[in-house]
Ligand binder design. Structure first.
Ligand code: NAD
Length: 264
């Protein structure tokens, strides 16, 4: 254990279970001495998140549904009451109707478009607004994105559009909040088997393709993303803001199938 995050207080939004990317980042920060709070969506997830929080010494576990601004307000009011200030924020939240994470993007319904944009993009802006008020000594915010925002990935559809908007919002918020020494960045993680990923059609094919064709010839792990999260949230990245940092075993630099990759 190091002390890179000693004395830092951070809110982690988006842990569903021990496979969640947010949990990987939380573990990396806790191992460096951070004090953590967690939010969960709905009672079913509460009993999963509470023991995880307890395992890193946290008793700040709050319900938060990001589609409900009263719930978001209540979360930040509770953080303000307990801590008075906040140093970092992890936003690892996304949602789209599973029925539209297959087939064609062009068939996206208006309702699903608006819901996906709301949960997967606007929610980061909504929480950043509230977090800004508590980041009185500067701070760092990180959200999670995916390469499907930059290139067409099979079945990613409306989520790719929402992630593109999310990455743009990171750049705008970096500019808005920079004068207060609040940094805003995104991590573009390679595919990882999580609850959210299980909703994406043929996800196993995407995993296999990345494993065979990325420069490191493997898939990224929860720990890989956790360590990159720690970097962006800590002073190691003190000069970094507005960035979309790829943690994908290098897959985003690849132009075509690797010569040594077998057909799948
Ligand atoms: P996950 O299922 O563990 O986490 C998704 C979280 O979003 C859950 O905790 C869920 O409760 C939360 N959420 C959904 N709707 C919400 C709402 N209305 N209010 C509050 N919370 C809500 O899956 P994950 O893969 O760890 O996803 C975390 C982030 O990482 C997402 O933004 C996802 O798009 C992104 N990401 C995932 C991958 C991957 O391959 N798994 C790759 C790149 C980026």
């Amino acid at each position: 254990m190091g002390d890179l995050m000693a004395g830092r207080r951070g809110l982690v939004m988006g842990v569903a279970n021990d496979k969640s990317i947010a949990w990987g980042i939380a573990k990396a920060c806790a191992a460096q001495g951070a004090e953590l709070g967690f939010t969960y969506q709905g009672d079913a997830l509460r009993k999963r998140v509470e023991p995880l929080a307890a395992s890193v010494g946290s008793d700040l576990v709050l319900p938060c549904d990001v589609t409900d601004m009263a719930s978001v307000d209540a979360t930040f009011a509770a953080v303000a009451e307990k801590w008075g200030r906040l140093d970092f924020l992890v936003h690892a939240i996304a949602y789209a109707d599973k029925n539209e994470l297959k087939g064609r993007y062009v068939d996206t319904s208006l309702d699903n478009f608006l819901l996906s944009m709301n949960v997967s993009c606007y929610s980061f802006t909504a929480v950043a607004q509230r977090a800004e008020k508590l980041m009185t000594e500067g701070g760092s915010m990180v959200t999670l994105t995916y390469y499907g925002s930059e290139r067409v990935m099979p079945h990613y559809n409306v989520m790719g559009v929402a992630k593109a908007a999310l990455e743009a919002s990171v750049r705008y918020m970096a500019m808005d909040l920079g004068p207060k020494n609040i940094r805003v960045n995104s991590l573009s993680a390679g595919p990882i088997k999580t609850l959210a990923a299980s909703g994406i059609g043929d996800f196993r094919y995407i995993l296999k393709w990345n494993e065979l064709n990325s420069p490191l010839r493997r898939n990224v792990t929860q720990d890989d993303v956790g360590k990159a999260g720690l970097y962006l949230l800590s002073d190691l990245a003190s000069g970094v803001t507005g960035e979309c940092h790829h943690v994908d075993c290098g897959y985003h630099v690849v132009g075509m199938k690797a010569e040594d990759a077998p057909d799948i």
